[in-house]
Design a protein. Structure first.
Length: 564
């Protein structure tokens, strides 16, 4: 049979929107998703998927449940079969047992010991004084179920009295075993219970009140406890994360507790480890902006850089906040600097910008060899970004490094765009071809294409002002449209209700706006291009400045397709 601990870990990995989205076309509807129910015929969507509750419900036929129930109903599978199907979908390795009843005993032991820890807190003046000195309120201590672990001898005596076998206590991380004897892993420490995202107690963390060299330690890896997949406080924060669309990742238990106490109730913490790819499914749930808020010391900056690299490579929105001057979030809350904390969270440094700044700061740009090393590091990092993020930050990286943006632009695998010149244009000298990073946004591209699908008579207006080389994401679709060919991407754009169709006047305004942006970037590149002769550079600058001035006055400047 499938190990129940393994099923619990699978549930932590699942996102019901992703699961149901494999079977049903879902559209955002406020904080939820809506679609046509797959379990009965309907023309008006009454099927709702809730990310915050991790459940689905059809208000037409009444069926509802979690991701497992959905797969059981849709695929007509038994519970174990649905578990195995979901595990395959998310590439999760299940564990199997032979007749074992599951994690019931382990859960009972953890809950029993957790209750004892909480009772001990009331009896320990030392532990209560420590929490008071850190500014932790009684309400926060209760909310986070804080406790206290006395001496190892007292822990062992309690387990014996409660008829909890030492080997079983060791299996769940309460005890350790060395040289033939058992000992309490957490002794003379304030206890921080750690829960799964669903709220199940899976382990403990402890802060020493003595002179132990390890200030904080966690439960060891067990069948229930995997610190690389858990976030402290997530079970308490998840509802607000889904509602506020913001998740703050800090470094420690006290930071989480004090931030929640101050009203920042979307704060969570890693468990003595850096953010890892295993954390990403949990971070993605509810699609929040993720703020990495670490100490501004050397270790904190290094950890923030690694986190920013990981999150930017996986298209997370958000950024980095560093707490300077030896302060951390808990210290600032305790000192009443809540407004300052909110100010920091409101203005995080975007992940890509943070990584670029750190790479540049780590190199001496006055040295050619060091500058080349920085260039290679930036080139490698930019290659991990999506086209949209790359479009925005490649010019920034070039500016910070002091090189031509074209040097950091990715090489396009697409063939050169065909020319759609409607009439010859007279000019004295050809301006340089725009850099590959000079592109329209994905939203604008989709709307322009959809407008031309709906109103083909406007195609001349578009081709007078631009050509396919300006399309970064939908270039193939635009070229297929011009050739009159069928294309899956064209069909998707046509059917996507979130993509706007412009009127003729709106289309002109959008073209004017984006062409201004396009030619401003072209002008910046020309000014920095040391390869051009001065006379030619002056000509190009005047030409593009003229384009920009005319666009500012609402004139749709004719596009001139040139070769360098």
């Amino acid at each position: 049979m499938i190990d129940n601990d393994s099923i619990e870990q699978l549930k932590q990995t699942l996102d019901i929107v992703d699961v149901v989205g494999n079977y049903v076309e879902l559209k955002k509807n406020g904080s939820n998703y809506k679609g046509l129910c797959p379990f009965h015929d309907e023309k008006t969507p009454s099927f709702i998927v809730s990310p915050s509750r991790q459940s689905f419900k059809c208000f037409g036929c009444g069926v509802g449940g979690d991701a497992i129930k959905f797969v059981m109903e849709y695929e007509k599978l038994s519970y174990p079969e649905a578990i195995e199907k979901l595990a395959q979908m998310v590439n999760f390795s299940l564990r199997y047992t032979k007749g074992r009843e599951g994690a019931g005993e382990e859960k009972r032991i953890l809950e029993t010991v957790g209750q004892w820890y909480r009772a001990n807190l009331e009896r320990s003046e030392k532990a209560k004084n420590y929490l008071k000195s850190r500014g932790v309120s009684l309400a926060s201590a209760e909310k986070f179920a804080l406790g206290y672990a006395p001496s190892s001898r007292e822990v062992l005596a309690y387990l014996q009295k409660s008829l909890i076998p030492f080997p079983k206590a060791a299996e769940v991380g309460i005890l350790g075993h060395d040289s033939g004897r058992y000992y309490a892993r957490l002794a003379e420490r304030v206890i921080f219970p750690i829960h799964s995202p669903s709220g199940m107690l899976v382990g403990f963390g402890g802060r020493t009140l003595g002179d132990h060299p390890a200030k904080y330690i966690n439960s060891p890896q067990t069948k229930l406890f995997n610190k690389s997949r858990l976030l402290y406080g997530y079970h308490l924060a998840k509802e607000q994360i889904y509602r506020k669309k913001r998740l703050v990742v800090v470094e420690g238990y006290m930071d989480v507790i004090m931030l929640h106490q101050a009203g920042f109730d979307t704060a969570v913490a890693t468990l003595g480890t850096a953010l890892t790819p295993d954390h990403l499914p949990l971070l993605k749930k509810g699609e929040p902006d993720v703020i990495v808020a670490y100490d501004g010391d050397k270790a904190g900056v290094a950890a923030a850089t690694k986190a920013a690299q990981l999150l930017s490579a996986h298209n997370f929105e958000g950024g980095v906040v560093l707490f300077e001057g030896g302060m951390d979030p808990a210290d600032m809350v305790q000192k009443g600097e809540i407004g300052a904390v909110e100010g920091l969270f409101a203005r995080p440094i975007p992940f890509a910008q943070f990584v670029i700044d750190r790479i540049v700061a780590a190199h001496d740009l006055g040295s050619p060899h060091s500058k080349e090393s920085a260039f290679n590091a930036l080139k490698s990092y930019l290659a991990t970004l999506s086209p949209f993020v790359l479009e925005k930050y490649a010019p920034y990286a070039a500016l910070r490094l002091g090189v031509n943006p074209a040097m950091l632009a990715p090489k396009s695998a697409r063939p050169a765009a065909p020319r759609y010149e409607k009439r010859p244009h007279r000019q004295e000298a050809p301006p340089p071809a725009p850099s590959p990073v000079l592109t329209l946004s994905d939203v604008a591209e989709g709307s322009i294409i959809k407008t031309l699908i709906k109103t083909p008579t406007l195609i001349d207006m578009v081709l007078d002002a631009m050509d396919a080389s300006m399309f970064a994401v939908h270039r193939g679709a635009f070229e297929a449209l011009l050739r009159g060919e069928e294309n899956d991407e064209l069909l998707r754009i046509d059917l996507d209700e979130s993509i706007k169709t412009y009127t003729e006047e709106e289309l002109k305004r959008q073209l004017v706006y984006f062409l201004q942006r396009y030619y401003r970037r072209a002008l910046d590149i020309i000014k920095k291009d040391d390869r051009l002769p001065l006379e030619q550079k002056i000509f190009f600058i005047r030409k593009y400045q003229d384009y920009i001035n005319r666009l500012k006055h609402g004139e749709l400047v004719p596009y001139e397709h040139h070769e360098r």
